[in-house]
Design a protein around this ligand. Structure first.
Ligand code: 5AD
Ligand code: SF4
Length: 479
């Protein structure tokens, strides 16, 4: 394909989506097959994913596009096409990407035809893009979170335009459905139910890089899950930054609890999970649906962020310590076998020893089954970054260590409470350390290791929990 032909093909592209991208996947495939013939081997593509479940899901879509365009998926970064799907929620995620880019540059020196692309949350920050343009000129393609569906078009273009291509959108109201996706697991899958976030917690960059909240139509969600189930999926994870506010902006509004009830009716679907919930929107209706529907897993991730009402106010979380405690108590009373997990930030601007003690107090009262603990990271452009009373690292670090110790102690106690019980586990894979064992996930999201082989993967088995190993169990199979 020469440049004239390329321009003709560009000209002939349909303007409507998803037809336009289907077209570009075909065009790219012609090109990829041609290059593969010249090389005498398949063209390979490698995606590295940083960050959360949303990014993991986006990467499955990106890989689906690449495979349809003729690339062979590879785990090896010495590939013909390498894509980093980045995260920017905390600064260490950014630093990891910059560090790894140097390594990619060395690989590219050995394979000058290699294409390096960056996408995801970090690329939505103008200062990041400026830095890459200036200091990482070997990068070929940059796009953001709103236009991942355009990968085939962008990559096709890059093969003919010999310069860095940058296509980052400020926002979008468009949801492009029905593009391919290459699932990592055959038996479980994430399903986006909404995109973006409107909460603007003062420390958080997500609303700036993922845009305003948009819910998918329930019909599209149900259709997607039905197709997944027909393809062997038994467990879905409904994904959104704040699933509890699902449906508010739909033409015919519906609640998240109603959506859950509809998803639960899908025959053949065995388990439903969801992520993430904001305490301010968690309704009694949702608690009742969770309690009454056995398909909904016994796990709720409910980020606390801080136990201090004063700090919560500064964080713009819209609940206080007492409200969180009351909500946690209500949930634990209604659904006693539920596992409650959380996120906590230490060292938010202005956090005093007393505030931190309040956080410890909530941790001790709620007794979370597990907690992700983070050191506050200053994100440029967020209100908290401009606050004057930033807490020095030497004050934050000891608090973080104290919190971690407390959280781990409680987790270990919580994770021994079910020893002797019989539960259902979805087998997710072989045990990394013992080839005679498999690893399964319980409804409450805790893992159990028990004897089995590869043929068990993807099946739901009954196991007795024999022993706790702190944050997982050793079990024996009953069925
Ligand atoms: N610093 C530290 N942790 C953060 N999180 C979000 N933004 C920041 C930040 N600036 C944490 C929150 C959130 C989780 C996904 O990441 O706890 O729930
Ligand atoms: Fe960030 Fe708050 Fe939105 Fe979660 S709810 S993504 S912490 S702004």
């Amino acid at each position: 394909m020469d440049r004239t032909e390329y321009l003709q093909r560009l000209e002939a592209a349909p303007s409507l989506e998803p037809d336009r991208q289907e077209y570009f996947m075909d065009q790219l495939k012609t090109l990829v097959l041609q290059k593969s013939r010249e090389l005498g081997r398949p063209m390979t593509a490698c995606i590295q994913t940083f960050g959360c479940q949303m990014n993991a899901k986006d990467s499955e879509k990106l890989l689906g596009i690449l495979e349809q365009a003729g690339f062979k998926a590879s785990e090896d970064e010495a590939s013909d096409f390498v894509l980093y799907n980045t995260c920017t929620v905390r600064d260490n995620a950014n630093q990891r990407v910059y560090g790894r880019l140097g390594y990619l540059n060395n690989l590219k020196k050995k394979n000058p035809n290699m294409i390096i692309a960056l996408c995801g949350c970090m690329m939505q920050e103008p200062t990041v893009v400026e830095k890459i343009k200036k200091s990482y000129r070997f990068v070929d393609l940059i796009f953001g979170t709103h236009n991942i569906f355009k990968l085939a078009e962008l990559l096709f273009t890059r093969y003919f335009e010999k310069q860095m291509i940058i296509d980052v959108w400020d926002g979008t109201d468009k949801i492009v459905e029905n593009l391919p996706a290459e699932r990592k697991y055959s038996f479980k899958s994430g399903v986006n139910i909404m995109y973006g976030c409107n909460n603007f917690c003062s420390y958080c960059i997500v609303p700036y890089v993922r845009g305003r909240e948009r819910s998918r139509n329930p019909e599209d969600i149900i259709k997607e899950i039905e197709a997944l189930v027909a393809d062997g999926v038994v467990e879905v994870m409904l994904l959104g930054q704040n699933v509890n506010s699902y449906g508010k902006t739909l033409e015919t509004p519906m609640t998240f609890a109603e959506l859950l009830k509809r998803v639960a009716k899908i025959e053949g679907l065995e388990r439903i999970r969801f992520m993430t919930s904001h305490p301010k929107d968690l309704s009694d209706e949702l608690i009742a649906v969770m309690r009454d529907c056995p398909k909904i897993c016994r796990h709720l991730h409910l980020p606390l962020q801080s136990g201090s009402s004063r700090i919560l106010k500064q964080m713009n979380r819209v609940y206080n310590k007492e409200q969180y405690l009351a909500l946690a108590k209500k949930i634990q009373t209604e659904i006693p076998d539920l596992s409650l997990t959380t996120d906590i930030i230490v060292g938010f601007p202005g956090e005093m020893e007393e505030d931190f003690e309040e956080t410890l107090d909530v941790v001790r009262k709620v007794r979370f089954d597990s907690a992700f603990t983070f050191i506050y990271s200053k994100r440029t452009g967020t209100p908290a970054a401009a606050m004057e009373n930033q807490v020095p690292e030497e004050v934050v670090k000891p608090r973080f260590d104290r919190l971690l110790k407390e959280v781990q102690k409680i987790s270990a106690e919580r994770c021994s409470k079910d020893v002797g019980k019989t539960m259902t586990a979805l087998v997710e894979g072989m045990d990394d350390h013992d080839p005679s064992m498999v690893t399964g996930r319980l409804s409450n999201n805790i893992m159990v290791h028990f004897p089995g082989d590869a043929s068990d993967i993807g099946t739901l088995l009954t196991v007795r929990l024999l022993e706790s190993r702190g944050f997982y169990y050793i079990g024996e199979r009953i069925s």
